[in-house]
Write a protein that binds this ligand. Structure first.
Ligand code: AMP
Length: 116
């Protein structure tokens, strides 16, 4: 059994974070510490700690995360100029919260993919 994170409380609205989107599979809300003008997190409602824990039965949910990203990018007005989707995995990937989340980042030119 995986340990819940703060994201499970946000999904259940036990922490009153404004939601940008929610359905039976995924939830989206703004990152609490935005790195760019538009910084949204899209997460599965099911607790999946990391990409390493994804199973075949999760494919619909992971696909939904992408279609929700597309919809929110349009709503944010960043779809034409462009944006970036990122999922970090484990320590070297820079993952801090162990409940899969896709970062939707945009609002300006984002520069190189990885800074070293
Ligand atoms: P990662 O490094 O990929 O695990 O990203 C975790 C992200 O979650 C960071 O960008 C945090 O700013 C964000 N975050 C942590 N707690 C909250 C919260 N309560 N509400 C919204 N975003 C959060």
């Amino acid at each position: 059994m995986s340990e819940e994170t703060i994201f499970s409380k946000i999904i259940r609205q036990e922490i009153p974070t404004p939601l940008l989107y929610q359905d039976e599979l995924v939830t989206a809300f703004r990152d609490i510490a935005p790195r760019v003008e538009s910084h949204i997190l899209i997460i599965p409602n099911k607790l999946i700690p990391t990409i390493n824990d994804v199973e075949e039965e999760d494919e619909l949910t992971l696909g939904r995360m992408i279609t929700v990203a597309k919809k929110l990018a349009k709503e944010e007005g960043i779809d034409e100029n462009g944006y970036r989707l990122i999922i970090n995995c484990n320590r070297d990937g820079g993952q801090e919260v162990y409940h899969i989340h896709m970062h939707l980042l945009g609002g300006r030119a984002l520069g190189p993919l990885v800074s070293v």
